[in-house]
Design a protein around this ligand. Structure first.
Ligand code: ADP
Ligand code: MG
Length: 383
């Protein structure tokens, strides 16, 4: 059954009624620009075909009710208990957080019943959390006729995740899920929140992006993420700039000379060069020179592995195996310590590349990876 059919059926089963409508929001993969978001820098995600679908309709008892095919327990809350951040915990916090952020921004949020289904893998760095928030937010905005323009929605969903759930993420995930467009990559300035839709028609260039989920267990993610953020903030402070985004690549040698800590120097070098790689990727894509972004992807991986130190053996092996099979470039995508790799390949070589990665995993004794070709899809909306 399709996601929409599943969500509709789940709605009927849970609430004994038909939904008023269906809304969907995608997961995302970041083409390039890793850990640059919280440094006020640049990212370039595109929306995945995988998405979270919300079947939703009015709630007769004035409370919010949410169930998910991917969660054992349904969640229910009212205006009185959504209250302060932290009142609803577990997966329901992502939903309650969106309601809370809307209420906090002064909106009259319609009480609704929601049933969710999704094929975005949870916790694999493809942003199932933003897909969930964005699907719920879009449904609430439409059902309540709320005056919340598209460009203001990502920050609100981010607030739900940062403040209510308590996960310190940047603005990229929610921006991608809400603002991406079919066949485009989203060039996002994480300081101004300005976006530009970049043509990303791989098929026309005879190319494809293979996404390889390493299926590696995530370890120490929160602590390491926090440590990277701290390091970047400390480096910016030491250099007297608002954020590392303010160090251009031409100023890197001077900046490195002024930092006395080796770890901080390497973290800085990753962010500064990564921002430049995003800009270079955008230029090449704008000129239709798609294949030429390959070396930038691979350089990004090396920088994450050696300078930012956020890769693990599984993602390094996937990148190496893809490159050895003829990929034009490959890199880990997402926050790191597991998650997914993407490889830019000739359109006809997906199976061969996936098989080569799987064989390398077997040789290393790793859990088998999962691979698929990702095509840039649309952002959140009614379906
Ligand atoms: P990622 O965003 O990379 O997939 P996160 O840890 O940020 O990983 O978010 C995953 C969490 O989001 C899950 O553990 C779950 O609590 C929640 N979640 C996401 N999608 C769903 C869904 N469809 N149903 C229930 N919970 C979901
Ligand atoms: Mg997430």
């Amino acid at each position: 059954m399709s996601l929409t059919a599943n969500a509709t059926a789940a709605f009927g089963e849970a609430y004994g009624a038909d939904p008023a409508g269906l809304w969907a929001a995608p997961g995302r993969v970041n083409l390039i620009g890793e850990h640059t978001d919280y440094n006020d820098g640049f990212v370039l995600p595109f929306a995945l075909p995988q998405r979270t679908v919300a079947a939703a309709g009015p709630s007769p008892d004035g409370r919010w009710h949410v169930c998910s095919t991917l969660a054992p327990e349904p969640v229910s809350f009212g205006t009185e208990d959504v209250g302060e951040p932290g009142a609803v915990t577990g997966w329901g916090a992502y939903v309650a957080g969106v309601v809370w952020a809307l209420l906090d921004a002064g909106f009259e949020v319609p009480p609704v019943r929601i049933a969710l289904d999704s094929d975005v893998p949870l916790g694999s760095g493809l942003s199932s959390s933003a897909a969930l928030e964005s699907a719920v937010l879009t449904a609430l905005v439409d059902l309540g006729g709320l005056d919340l323009p598209l460009e203001k929605r990502p920050a609100l969903a981010q607030r739900a995740e940062n403040v209510y759930v308590g996960a310190p993420t940047g603005i990229m995930d929610q921006s991608a899920s809400i603002r991406c467009q079919d066949g485009k990559a989203l060039f996002l300035d994480c300081r101004s929140y300005e976006v530009e839709q970049i043509p990303f028609d791989l098929a026309a260039a005879g190319l494809a992006i293979l996404v390889i989920n390493s299926n590696a267990p995530h370890q120490h993610v929160d602590g390491e993420y926090g440590a990277r953020r701290k390091s970047c903030e400390a480096a910016a402070a030491a250099l007297g700039v608002r954020a590392l985004r303010d160090v251009p690549v031409s100023g890197l040698p001077d900046a490195l000379a002024r930092l006395d800590d080796d770890v901080m120097r390497r973290r800085t070098r990753h962010i500064v060069t990564e921002n430049q790689r995003v800009l270079d990727t955008v230029s090449l894509l704008g000129e239709g020179r798609v294949r030429e972004i390959g070396p930038l992807l691979t350089a990004s991986h090396a920088s994450m592995r050696d300078d930012f130190e956020i890769t693990v053996a599984q993602v390094d092996v996937a990148v190496e195996a893809a490159l050895a099979t003829g990929a034009y470039g490959a890199r880990m995508t997402g926050g790191g310590f597991g998650g997914c790799v993407l490889a830019l390949i000739d359109a006809g070589r997906a199976e061969e590349t996936a098989a080569a990665v799987a064989a390398a995993y077997e040789k290393h004794g790793f859990t088998a990876p999962t691979s698929w070709v990702a095509v840039a899809g649309p952002g959140a909306g009614r379906v």
